[in-house]
Design a protein around this ligand. Structure first.
Ligand code: ADP
Ligand code: MG
Length: 676
């Protein structure tokens, strides 16, 4: 088949153009076919001149009536006009500053012209700079024409004609998608779709064709990811016989769980009783109460006779969790220990022994948990908090310390459900989309540099009233040619301006111990203003801090801004988030508007996806997602949902039964784009 053939052998391509196509990643005829148009131009309407209405975009088929005439209106303005006629009327064609246009036409020849119909000052019907070709074998008029994404030095005409050649060369295409899937989801056949996605008979056919390739792209992507994760078999899991016991724990909490928390706990309980290994991602906005949910799961595990481990991304967070959970568990006779990298050897040895003997039921820790020296008596549940900081590998290492433990992943970075389905195709997802009652939304403002004095005046006033504040800067140390407010410099400035206020500094380059000290002092209310980089983004909980000032806010993505804002508003007091930025580009403006308009992390992440485009979301590199060729993860949510179902049914039946699909998956996985 011709799909493997290099496009340089196609008519009109050659070595030079082939090199240009290669820059777009197009080497073979097959690559070419999957280079999809960005849009289409409707050139299908052909009308007699007499029936052309002003404002419509149409084709006319007409003879040259009067050859082009040049006329200079100003020194630099050349106007060329030509009169054409069909049996119904005469039309004027106009070109501006195109001194060569007249060479294209000969007397009395017939052409097809495509353009927008307008009226000249004199009231004559005209077209300005129409597309044209000789009548008789039209290729680019009289139909719907594909417009391709910009290709350096390759004109639309070249890409269009190369595409036609590629379609001809490819001939009859083999169908990748199983017939049963196509029937069930009403997906069009490949040959119809390929023709119509490029050169559609009409827009309805185009939509049907496009849908097929969106479906195909999402299906292949998800199957490829499943192959890569090697997780298409559901593993056996241990069974927690007694799940009702969770009530003892939840009834003892000082608050009533939200509906979303209850639902999530129910989902978890169902998993751990099912006999299959639980692999669940819990997504919840900052402050939605994920810890209580994790604690309920841990309680159930321990009451069913095994140990539970919770991995946190930072020492601060691990310590905070250990403290909070010990308090919740103590009265139930459950022993919680903390294990971190900075513990003294002796202390560490004692903790390790407790873990090994099973005296410690719950182990909270950082990466220190996955070290070789840590042995559990019987690890039955692993909880990873703030999952995006952990790699799949680290998760796997911790899992390996138990025999088929259940896995719960907590994420405070809500991502659009559509994307979650792709990124976490191997996980079940629970969503905590409800905040505990009585929370006041954080009042959010975006201000320019000139407001800085007032902002800090406001901070000072709140501190005088007993509150505390965070100030976040993008970078630690000044890099050359950077005008970012660096954290150290800002701390010094603030210290000079407010000598009575104690100001702390925290950044990623500090030792863990020093960070802890600063954090403790901030939590204890000794430090009033904490100047920090984004190290405080994750999880930190100081309810008395009610102001978040973000300097150079344009440097942060929407999701990050939202995370930062989540550090405040944890107490009962009205909280404020003030973003300072002088940047006024469109994307920054939209981000600021979105932040000011909403406190909902899911909404914000959807907007983030929309603003950045799917390719950019969290950086594709981080997730190893390839660039989408045709699917739009934001707009094609419905098709994504369908494809998700299809993926499930294919995996259930066994991917090995679909050799053509496997081949496509392997091609995608070996693609440079996906392997970065
Ligand atoms: P996150 O989801 O960001 O991890 P946390 O678990 O830290 O949120 O919870 C934030 C705060 O809300 C904690 O102080 C917690 O005690 C409290 N909280 C959790 N659930 C509820 C609830 N149902 N009602 C009232 N307060 C709650
Ligand atoms: Mg949390």
């Amino acid at each position: 088949m011709g799909l493997e053939k290099s496009i340089r052998y196609l008519k009109g391509v050659g070595e030079k153009r082939a090199a240009l196509f290669e820059k777009k990643g197009i080497k073979t005829v097959g690559d070419m076919l999957y280079f999809f148009p960005r849009s289409h131009e409707d050139r299908s309407k052909v009308k007699p001149i007499a029936e052309c209405d002003e404002g419509e975009t149409v084709c006319i088929a007409a003879n040259v009536y009067q050859l082009p005439v040049d006329r200079y209106v100003r020194r630099n303005m050349l106007i060329t006009t030509m009169l054409v006629t069909d049996s119904s009327g005469v039309m004027t064609l106009v070109w501006y500053n195109n001194r060569y246009i007249k060479n294209n036409f000969s007397d009395n020849e017939k052409y097809v012209f495509f353009g927008r119909v307008s009226r000249s000052k004199q009231g004559r019907i005209q077209m300005v700079a129409p597309v044209f070709e000789k009548f008789g074998n039209e290729r680019y008029t009289g139909k719907i024409i594909p417009i391709y994404p910009l290709t350096a030095q390759l004109s639309q005409k070249i890409v269009q004609s190369t595409m036609e050649a590629a379609l001809a060369e490819a001939g009859e295409l083999a169908e990748y998608l199983p017939e049963s899937i196509r029937e069930e989801y009403k997906i069009a056949e490949i040959n119809f779709s390929m023709r119509n996605v490029h050169f559609p008979a009409d827009f309805e056919s185009y939509n049907i064709a496009r849908e097929r390739f969106v479906f195909e792209e999402l299906l292949v992507l998800q199957l490829a990811l499943a192959l890569r994760k090697g997780s298409n078999a559901v593993k056996e899991g241990r069974i927690f016989e007694d799940i009702k016991c969770v009530r003892e724990f939840t009834d003892g909490l000082p608050f009533e769980l939200t509906g979303a928390q209850k639902r999530t706990i129910n989902e978890i309980c169902k998993d751990v009783k099912s006999g299959k290994q639980m692999n669940r991602l819990v997504q919840g906005d900052v402050g939605s109460g994920k810890t209580a949910v994790a604690a309920a799961a841990i309680y159930t595990a321990v009451k069913n006779g095994c140990q539970a481990a919770m991995m946190a991304p930072t020492e601060i967070l691990a310590a905070q969790h250990a403290e909070g959970l010990s308090e919740m568990f103590e009265k139930h006779g459950i022993r919680t220990v903390l294990l971190t990298g900075s513990m003294k050897a002796k202390e560490r040895r004692a903790v390790l022994e407790e873990i090994e003997l099973g005296i410690a039921h719950v182990v909270i820790g950082t990466h220190a948990l996955i070290q070789g020296t840590v042995n559990f008596r019987d690890l039955g549940l692993v909880v990873a908090d703030e999952q995006h900081r952990f790699g799949v590998e680290q998760r796997a290492k911790l899992m390996a310390k138990g025999s088929d433990p259940h896995m719960l992943i907590m994420s405070a970075t809500p991502i659009p459900r559509t994307l979650a389905l792709i990124l976490y195709g191997d996980l079940d997802i629970s969503v905590i989309d409800e905040l505990p009652p009585g929370r006041k939304p954080v009042q959010t403002y975006a201000v320019g540099d000139e407001m800085r004095k007032r902002v800090y005046g406001f901070v000072e006033k709140n501190i005088a009233a007993g509150m505390q504040a965070y100030v976040v800067c993008p970078l630690v140390a000044d890099t050359e040619n950077s005008d970012l407010k660096n954290a150290e410099e800002l701390r010094d400035k603030l210290a000079a301006a407010y000598p009575e206020i104690r100001i702390g500094l925290m950044h990623g380059k500090m030792k863990a111990k020093d960070k802890d000290t600063v954090m403790e002092e901030f939590a204890a209310g000794k430090i009033k203003i904490l100047v920090a980089t984004t190290v405080i983004e994750v999880g930190v909980n100081v309810p008395n801090a009610n102001i978040m000032v973000i300097e150079n806010a344009e440097r942060f993505g929407l999701s990050q801004l939202h995370q930062l804002r989540g550090r405040v508003g944890r107490g009962g007091d009205q909280a404020y988030c003030i973003m300072i930025t002088d940047a006024d580009n469109e994307v920054t403006k939209k981000r600021m508007e979105t932040m000011c308009a909403s406190n909902d992390g899911f909404y914000i992440s959807e907007q983030d996806l929309k603003l950045r485009g799917p390719g950019d979301f969290f950086g594709t590199r981080q997730h190893g997602l390839p660039e989408m060729r045709i699917a739009n993860l934001f707009e094609d949510r419905d098709i994504l949902r369908l494809s998700q179902k299809a993926v499930k049914s294919i995996i259930d039946k066994g991917l090995q039964n679909y050799p053509l699909l496997i081949k496509r998956c392997e091609a995608l996985l070996s693609d440079e784009v996906i392997m970065n």
